[in-house]
Design a protein around this ligand. Structure first.
Ligand SMILES: [Mn+2]
Length: 556
């Protein structure tokens, strides 16, 4: 796996159709231009309308990202080597030496993470197990042993079996040696011996687990025959006795030396959740696994200092308060938008396209045309829906000639009838009666900061605003709670009548601010905004003006 950067094209929180469609279609444009790592995402639940549009034109909804809080997956090194738990320590150390790794994850046959191999763990093992005052036994397979000492096998039995065995060097004289071997159990002894034929013979006769002849000594034929007959493994080591003995220790299975104390990090774990553990882990490095526990990489403190493997392109918004949580941790490559400029600053130069049109989908449509990339039919269809949705079928104040032209273009290449499609989209907006006050307020809520004050404006489109006026108390109460919770100056809900193209403004917040609003009050907390349908073009500038007046009054 390579450490390739992923580029998310993503719209604002509480995404509307324009946001999700423009992200989808722009990511597709990037892919068609050869940028395979570009993917669309959405920062929230798709509305009933958006879901209807995507399913009708058979386009998959983009991936839902609850947030972009830094996680292991954004920093982990993916091109990581590992060793199987039944592989020899010798092979593991070879890998570590060649790759200059401080750690090496140990996995099972299925690739599931088991433990971490590191030099400190290795040293601890040696100290714990190689004790001259005790007769140490090591879990060893004869295959590994043979491989580690580069042996020439003469006879090899049960090579894969792992069994604790003692390493015995035949240094004493024959009779005494036989006694020791017998008393300690010959079947678990691996005996290293030179050209002492008497000892070789008695070892085979006693049925040792393996007999290793050092210095490249070849056995006499009768010994070889006897070993085969008695099922005793007989190996020729090219090394001298002491080197052979030392090397045998390296034939233990890597899994036996793995450190299991260091916890496993999952791809979705937040950096905050494991930062402390990481700083205390051996070599300040932890293994990273997927949901199934399969090893996918490692993460070190050094990795956290690098750039994350995610970059973003923002569509349909530019204000940090409207962007997905955690956005400040990533590089923003581009912004494509049609809203006022918020207070966003970037460290790097970026492509910034902001046009005064009714929908980001209009800008994306025209980007396809400018860059001479033919629009695929499903993309053209959802783009058309996106424009119609964001401009209230071109009836909104924000709709421009450019939007109308894009609608005509898209309708001609898709063969879709604009009037019928508009009706379908509006019909799919979902029944407001079924929504809770919280859903009504949060569905399309945008947060702003202006003159040091934070506030939110939600918008909902309906054919029957009276249904919401009847639920006035419930809705205003929820808005008051939102205000208090988030510490907002005010919380507003623009209820737009898509038949008459007028709106009602529900508002709660600081009295000194709310009292500045001089639209006709229909009932407590609800103002009548005749001819206002656009939050962006009509309401936000008005509120900004009131905020200046309010700030000036407060300053006095
Ligand atoms: Mn939009």
């Amino acid at each position: 796996m390579k450490n390739e950067k992923k580029i998310y094209v993503i719209g604002h929180r509480n995404p509307d159709t324009d946001s999700i469609v423009s992200a989808t279609a722009y990511a597709r444009l990037k892919q068609l231009q050869g940028n395979a790592s570009c993917a669309a995402a959405r920062a929230g639940k798709a509305s009933a309308q958006t879901e209807y549009i995507f399913s009708r034109f058979d386009v998959e909804l983009p991936e839902f990202l609850p947030n972009l809080v830094p996680k292991a997956e954004h920093y982990a090194s993916r091109d990581v080597l590992s060793v199987k738990e039944d592989d020899s320590l010798w092979n593991a150390l070879e890998l570590m030496r060649k790759g200059d790794f401080k750690v090496l994850p140990v996995v099972d046959g299925e690739g599931a993470y088991k433990s971490m191999l590191h030099y400190k763990g290795f040293a601890n093992y040696i100290i714990a197990n190689i004790n001259p005052s005790r007769k140490s036994a090591f879990p060893i397979s004869l295959n590994h042993l043979s491989q580690t000492i580069h042996a020439q096998p003469v006879a090899l039995f049960d090579g894969a079996e792992v069994r604790k065995s003692r390493i015995v060097v035949a240094a004493s004289d024959g009779a005494h040696f036989d006694d020791t071997l017998r008393s300690e159990g010959a079947e678990n002894a691996i005996v290293i011996v030179g050209d002492r034929h008497d000892i070789q013979r008695s070892c085979v006769e006693l049925g040792v687990r393996a007999l290793v002849l050092s210095n490249g000594t070849a056995p006499r034929k009768e010994i070889a025959d006897l070993a085969n007959e008695r099922h005793v493994t007989l190996l020729i080591s090219p090394f001298d006795t002491s080197s052979t003995a030392m090397l045998i220790i390296y034939s233990v299975m890597a899994g036996n030396l793995g450190d299991t104390s260091a916890p496993l990090v999952r791809l979705k774990d937040t950096v905050r959740s494991f930062r402390d553990t990481l700083s205390k882990a051996p070599s300040r490095c932890l293994a990273v696994a997927d949901d199934d526990g399969r090893l996918v990489g490692v993460i070190s403190e050094g990795d956290l200092a690098k750039e994350p493997n995610v970059e973003v392109i923002l569509v349909d918004h530019n204000e940090p308060s409207q962007a997905i949580e955690g956005i400040e941790n990533y590089r923003i490559l581009e912004i494509i938008d049609h809203h006022r400029l918020g207070n966003l600053s970037t460290r790097h130069p970026i492509t910034f396209i902001n046009r005064v049109v009714g929908a980001t989908c209009t800008i994306v449509t025209n980007l396809y045309r400018e860059q001479k990339v033919p629009l695929e039919k499903p993309m053209a269809s959802i783009l058309l829906c996106g424009i119609l949705s964001d401009t209230l079928s071109l009836k909104s104040q924000t709709a421009t000639e450019t939007d109308a032209e894009a609608v005509e273009y898209l309708s001609s290449i898709t063969g879709l009838d604009v009037a019928a499609l508009s009706a379908d989209i509006q019909g799919a907006t979902g029944r407001i009666g079924a929504l809770s006050a919280k859903e009504i307020v949060s569905m399309d809520l945008k947060e702003y900061t202006e003159k040091g004050a934070a506030f939110s404006i939600s918008q909902i489109e309906t054919h029957s605003p009276m249904a919401l006026v009847q639920r006035r108390e419930e809705i205003l109460k929820h808005m008051e709670e939102t205000c208090a919770e988030k510490g907002l100056l005010f919380c507003a809900l623009l209820v737009t009548d898509v038949t008459l193209l007028d709106s009602l403004l529900f508002i709660t917040g600081k009295k000194s601010f709310v009292s500045l609003i001089n639209f006709p009050l229909t009932t407590d907390g609800i103002y009548e905004l005749v001819g206002v349908v656009s939050r962006k073009k009509q309401l936000v500038p008005l509120m900004a003006e009131l905020l200046s007046i309010h700030a000036a009054a407060e300053a006095k």
